[in-house]
Design a protein around this ligand. Structure first.
Ligand SMILES: [Zn+2]
Length: 465
């Protein structure tokens, strides 16, 4: 029906959820969301502390004692932790996380003001509607609902509000080292993971992010004595670097697999027709299948999921139009598969460069984070929540090529599973871009999803039940 009556259904969809989204907690969550969007929490605007203060006041008004809230100021930003004590001190706590900062948005470039929540045609528009203020609103809403229900969970729950996920993740490190967080059994991150809708709006799959590739940037530099451009020579830093880059382009890393990627490829195989579908299934069953591995490595839509990748992204060379270049430098961005090392990839780049004069350097100190192996209790709770709204939808853990602050928690020994509860179409994803939006339905589902997990995993039953 969704496919054949799309226009009709969208009219119905506008009318139906309005009634279903009118519960007091839903109105409260929407009000919070509206306020959150109004803070320009991008780097350089210094508005995270104001937003933090607003959230703290809202929570206190909802019954959270002041001693269960801690604000951690850091440079122009801040982080905040909120705890709900547990009944059973023998059980380890659970962490829930969302980030308050956003990538900046220039009002003059947007069709609507990015810092004012606009509801239109079934969407919420505004910077942070999807990344990640829906997560912040879900955390706030969950805490308020637990307090309103006088629900004391079995386990202690800690809610983390990160202040600089989009830039340095320094507040994430402060959070991870805080006593309310240290020793958490695992974390649920609202900043990734979720469901995919096809272009007709039909749900296809739900992914739980359990690992991230390591983001690492390398500089490849060649130096040369240079000279006058009227007297060219064979040795030339720019020509030499061009040859080096041909070697980098040809560099291919071997196919790899872990429990997460095998599960997500197995699922992809089911919906992928033809030869590609067969190869996905073969590789998922046996990652040593050389023919399947070679086939998938040649397909850029799959290769990044099963191997380390490196690609040249920037060039900087020469100093004057009438001089032979004294220096030529390429920036190569790599996404390292869990298990490969930053030094190992550096060695492969140097070897592929094929020029012993090239100097290969790593930019900064990349964060290498371990894989969080899927836990049956977490996957079951996520499935219960997702299937209540989308019965039977396949759920799979996956490896993310991008990066969230989940990687900081993982390096600090807290297995982290990202599950936002948000279902959307790929064509609706404008996070970090212009006219960011979130389906209205997805917002209310995300609010319920985090609450479901807190109740289920935390053992938070309302008082008297
Ligand atoms: Zn984010």
């Amino acid at each position: 029906m969704l496919k054949t009556l799309a226009g009709f259904v969208s009219l119905v969809a506008l009318a139906v959820p309005a009634a279903a989204q009118d519960a007091p907690y839903q109105r409260q969550a929407r009000d919070v969301y509206e306020r959150l969007i109004s803070f320009r929490t991008a780097e350089g605007h210094g508005q995270v502390p104001a937003m933090t203060a607003y959230i703290a006041e809202t929570l206190k008004a909802g019954g959270v004692p002041a001693e269960d809230i801690v604000i951690i100021p850091h440079k122009e930003t801040a982080a905040m932790l909120v705890r709900i004590p547990g009944r059973d001190r023998s059980m380890r706590k659970i962490l829930f996380s969302a980030h308050m900062d956003v990538v900046d948005a220039r009002p003059e470039d947007w069709e609507r003001s990015p810092f004012k929540l606009v509801e239109e045609n079934g969407y919420f528009f505004g910077r942070g509607t999807g990344d990640n203020k829906q997560g912040v609103a879900a955390l706030v809403s969950t805490i308020l609902r637990l307090k309103a229900d006088k629900a004391m969970p079995a386990r202690a729950l800690t809610f983390a509000f990160v202040g600089d996920e989009e830039t340095g993740m320094e507040t994430t490190r402060l959070i991870a080292d805080h006593e309310w967080v240290k020793g958490a059994e695992y974390a649920i991150n609202t900043d990734a993971g979720g469901g995919t809708l096809d272009e007709q709006g039909k749900p296809t799959v739900y992914g739980v992010q359990g690992a991230e590739k390591t983001y690492a940037t390398y500089f490849l530099t060649l130096r040369n004595p240079g000279g006058h451009s009227s007297r060219p020579r064979n040795d030339n830093a720019i020509y030499d670097l061009a040859k080096v880059l041909n070697g980098i382009q040809a560099l291919q890393f071997p196919a790899q697999a872990n429990a997460l990627t095998r599960a997500s490829l197995r699922l992809a195989a089911k919906t992928t027709p033809g030869e590609k579908g067969k190869m996905l299934a073969r590789f998922a069953d046996n990652p040593d299948d050389a023919e399947a591995a070679a086939y998938l490595l040649a397909d850029p839509t799959v290769a990044y999921e099963i191997s380390t990748t490196c690609v040249a992204t920037m060039l900087d060379a020469g100093h004057a139009e009438n001089a032979l270049p004294q220096r030529a430098k390429a920036t190569v961005n790599c996404r390292i598969y869990p298990g490969d090392t930053v030094e190992g990839v550096k060695g492969r780049l140097a070897e592929a460069a094929g020029n012993k004069n090239v100097v290969v350097e790593v930019d900064g100190a990349p964060v290498v984070s371990p894989v969080s192996e899927p836990r049956s209790d977490v996957m079951a709770a996520i499935a219960k929540s997702v299937h209540a709204r989308y019965p039977g939808i396949p759920i799979s853990p996956y490896l993310e090529a991008g990066g969230t602050d989940g990687m900081i928690y993982r390096t600090k020994g807290i297995p982290t599973f990202a599950s936002s509860g948000v279902f959307m179409k790929d064509s609706d994803v404008f996070f970090h871009g212009l006219n960011e939006r979130l389906p209205v339905k997805a917002f209310y589902e995300a609010i319920d999803h985090v609450h479901d997990l807190a109740v289920d995993l935390g053992g938070a039953r309302p008082a008297g039940k």
